[in-house]
Design a protein around this ligand. Structure first.
Ligand code: SF4
Length: 478
């Protein structure tokens, strides 16, 4: 059987927001995971439109497309193209789960929820020519004892971070704006692999660098602790995501740093307790953000802070406050979002009930556009403020100021190169990608993520240097 697995590119691919490097980071792990359930005799073609031009002139037996909200239109067009040729098309993913009725119109079969249990059942039905219109994941979810991901189908050289892995599904929390609860409706919403399986998977990955793309790497403290213990001596450096609370509780974050954690995505989202309460992001309530940042810095862990604008208790100053806080606290990179009510979430239902959804053009649901009526800010204020925040945080003077806030020169340089490299070198990245040179950049990333010891005495010796550098940065800023 000939099977084609497709990840259509997100809508940004044809807009001014398109940044090739941002979309050349992670391979399509979800599709490679599903491919593991196919037979050895099946002919499989996995294509990711973010990094290659899709070949649509073929005639596979079965096409499987992964649908996110901002690639939905593109996914439906591709589905239509293949169905017109008589090919069986199956759709799955977050958007299909949120709006199954919409997706079903473009497919022979749809998958609702995670695919690990439903996909093998579908395959059996497909081979027996008795497929159903819908396969709904509910009970019995697990990612333990699964066949190994078909990493051989991934074009490693096209990604900056080919060694991405996921050791869990979901997250233990329930934020109102998050897709998670609707995607996992009807069954478990947080479950993990076993430590021995994770270590085996890590062993399969060449090189030093790993990126855990789990929603919450420290979500199951017992598992994380055993994992970090098992990773000691593996000589790996890794990145991941976790909550403020998990950074502050106990010593798990120290264990992570000892195992090689060098950069962490942290969902700060908002400083307002009212906003947190209203969004059901209770895990951030009463947490000391500054203390979490300090702790990460002391462990040599860089921070990608995530922030949301447009929550009901935001005011016009929220943009400046958020940027200033990020710079003053030396956040390495910041990811800003305009609040986006994804269909299927509690936020969407609430806003719909209040008559505040302004657009159902899914292409605009990219966290850069305002698609709902904010309570305290106009659409223009919100979009302008969001754009201003990005520009302001990444001005050279602010990058320099944040870098120089670190006490050690090594940290300052790492911060400067990491942030500068990520946000200020776009033309260079484009040249590298076009020349097929991404694979040569991985050692550089590994170098940037290498360990810097936190030495108290070193702080004193560089204090004077810091003060001189700060003066220079202030002169640049003027
Ligand atoms: S902590 Fe993150 S992943 Fe978990 S529910 Fe909240 S937003 Fe979603």
């Amino acid at each position: 059987m000939k099977v084609k697995l497709i990840l259509p590119s997100l809508t940004e691919a044809k807009t001014a927001f398109w940044r090739p490097i941002k979309y050349s980071l992670f391979p399509p792990l979800g599709l490679a995971t599903l491919a593991a359930y196919l037979d050895d005799t099946d002919e499989i073609d996995l294509q990711d439109q973010h990094v290659e031009t899709l070949n649509l002139n073929d005639q596979p037996d079965l096409v499987i497309i992964q649908v996110y909200i901002t690639n939905a239109k593109r996914a439906y067009n591709i589905a239509q193209h293949y169905r017109n040729k008589g090919v069986f098309v199956a759709l799955g993913g977050l958007h299909v789960t949120s709006l199954p009725d919409e997706a079903e119109a473009f497919a022979d079969t749809i998958f609702i929820g995670p695919g690990e249990q439903t996909f093998p059942i579908f395959l059996k039905d497909y081979r027996n020519k008795r497929t159903k219109r819908r396969y709904v994941s509910s009970m019995g979810r697990t990612i333990q004892d699964q066949p190994p991901i078909r990493r051989d189908l991934i074009k490693r050289e096209k990604y900056l971070v080919p060694n991405s892995l996921v050791i869990s599904r979901g997250c233990p929390h329930h934020c109102d704006f998050c897709y998670k609860d609707s995607f996992f409706k009807g069954g478990k919403s947080f479950y993990t692999q076993r430590v021995d399986e994770i270590l085996t998977e890590i062993d399969r990955l060449k090189g030093k660098h790993l990126y855990f793309i789990d929603d919450h790497l420290l979500g199951n403290p017992r598992l994380s602790r055993e994992l970090f213990e098992g990773m000691k001596g593996m000589n790996r450096v890794f990145q991941g995501a976790a909550t403020v609370k998990s950074i502050l509780e106990g010593d798990l974050i120290e264990k992570a740093a000892q195992a090689g954690l060098r950069s962490l995505f942290v969902g700060f989202e908002t400083f307002s307790p009212d906003n947190l309460r209203q969004s059901n992001k209770n895990q951030n309530l009463k947490q000391d953000y500054e203390r979490a940042v300090k702790r990460l810095h002391e462990l040599g862990i860089m921070i990608n802070g995530s922030f949301v604008f447009g929550l009901d208790y935001d005011d016009r100053d929220v943009f400046k406050r958020t940027v200033d806080w990020g710079v003053e606290n030396a956040i390495t990179t910041a990811t800003y979002h305009i609040l986006t009510p994804y269909p299927g979430t509690r936020l969407y239902s609430n806003l719909e009930r209040e008559g505040r959804i302004m657009s159902r053009d899914w292409d605009l649901y990219d966290t850069r556009h305002v698609v709902y009526k904010s309570k305290s800010l106009s659409e223009k204020e919100l979009e302008d403020g969001y754009n201003w925040a990005y520009e302001e945080f990444y001005t050279w003077s602010n990058v320099l100021k944040a870098s120089l806030s670190h006490e050690q020169v090594e940290h300052q340089l790492k911060h400067l190169f990491y942030t500068g490299g990520w946000k200020k070198m776009e033309p260079l990245w484009n040249v590298i990608i076009n020349a097929g040179g991404l694979k040569r950049m991985l050692p550089l990333l590994e170098l940037l993520l290498s360990k810097v010891e936190y030495k108290r005495e070193a702080q004193l010796s560089v204090a004077k240097l810091n003060s001189d550098l700060r003066k220079s940065s202030e002169m640049i800023a003027q």
